[in-house]
Design a protein around this ligand. Structure first.
Ligand SMILES: CCCCC/C=C\CCC/C=C/CC(=O)SCCNC(=O)CCNC(=O)[C@H](O)C(C)(C)COP(=O)(O)OP(=O)(O)OC[C@H]1O[C@@H](n2cnc3c(N)ncnc32)[C@H](O)[C@@H]1OP(=O)(O)O
Length: 280
């Protein structure tokens, strides 16, 4: 907490620096006038989160923190998919060294995004199942385009959403709605998501979403950054600490879980069903 406060106070005195961390999978641009960064996921066809994409995103978030960013918009280069969640191939017959690296990077990406000192907005311009929903939930504000779906659907795939996925959802929609959403693995339509507070605004176009995102950032013009950050830490810090404490234990459980032949069979069948869908 004290460190964060010191860092936040530094924001008041340090001028903004411009920089570029764009990579092939995450394009980063900075609006020179506002200092707001836009990170655009660009891994066609569905921005599934593999080790390489997560590594780029994780590094981007670290750089934004280091450079005392004024804010971040997280969005997708696709017109129909924000992110299809974790790349299922990272969990299918995995190489265990890579799998461990993949999961560690996912954990760190969440810690960096959910716990960022700078304000964050997800412009959800397409479907956002599972890990895609997690990315959106890790931001402070979600603006979603109409006619897509969002939710933590892990149970439908025979998986369990880890506790920090659940904590991120609970932070947005409360315990009751989270329990219902998780046990049913529901994917919400945009309007349903708006109704339960899973997203904050629904818009018709990406331009409209970006305009609304700008209005969200404007709210902080007259708020001292250290007060903003410390308030966010007081609300989200316990969730982050819980993961930090249980990281190794979670990895051990996941390692056992992913090697279960029944789970591997289920994942194989799910991948097949996604392929079949394309052939129809
Ligand atoms: C402590 C103990 C805890 C225990 C924890 C236990 C388990 C671990 C936690 C597990 C957590 C998992 C979280 C996840 O994120 S799992 C991923 C879930 N994602 C999904 O279910 C989404 C699947 N995809 C879709 O529904 C659709 O693709 C779509 C996003 C709605 C987009 O539809 P559309 O535009 O029509 O595209 P296609 O369906 O035709 O897909 C194109 C292409 O992409 C492939 N693909 C889709 N999703 C993924 C994915 N997530 N990973 C890898 N590949 C994906 C799809 O197969 C097509 O490929 P081909 O072109 O080769 O056929």
């Amino acid at each position: 907490m004290a460190l964060r406060a010191v860092r936040s106070l530094a924001i008041l005195s340090n001028p903004l620096r411009t920089y570029s961390t764009s990579g092939p999978l995450v394009n980063v641009s900075i609006n020179e006038k506002t200092g707001i960064a836009t990170a655009t996921l660009q891994r066609p066809p569905v921005n599934s989160l593999n080790l390489e994409l997560l590594t780029e995103l994780c590094t981007t978030l670290e750089q934004l923190e280091k450079n005392k960013s004024r804010g971040l918009i997280l969005t997708s280069s696709s017109n129909t998919v924000f992110s299809a969640g974790l790349d299922i191939y990272e969990m299918y017959k995995p190489n265990m060294d890579r799998y461990k690296q993949f999961w560690t990077t996912l954990q760190q990406t969440w810690i960096n995004l959910y716990g960022s000192s700078y304000p964050t907005v997800a412009v959800v311009n397409g479907h956002a199942p599972a890990g895609g929903c997690l990315l959106a939930l890790s931001c402070e504000y979600r603006i979603m385009l109409n006619n897509f779906t969002i939710g933590l659907n892990e149970t439908k795939l025979g998986m369990i959403a880890p506790t920090w996925f659940a904590a991120s959802m609970r932070n947005a929609i409360g315990t009751r709605q989270t329990e219902l959403a998780l046990i049913t693995g529901n994917l919400f339509t945009t309007d349903e998501a708006l109704k339960i507070g899973l997203v904050d605004e629904v818009v018709q176009s990406k331009n409209e979403a970006l305009e609304k995102a700008g209005k969200f950032f404007d709210k902080f013009k007259r708020i001292p950054p250290h007060a903003r950050t410390m308030t966010k830490t007081s609300l989200r810090g316990a969730d982050i600490q819980a993961l930090v404490k249980s990281r190794n234990e979670e990895m051990n459980k996941l390692t056992a879980f992913i090697n279960d032949p029944k789970l591997q069979e289920a994942i194989g069948m799910y991948l097949e069903s996604l392929k079949q869908k394309q052939n129809k």
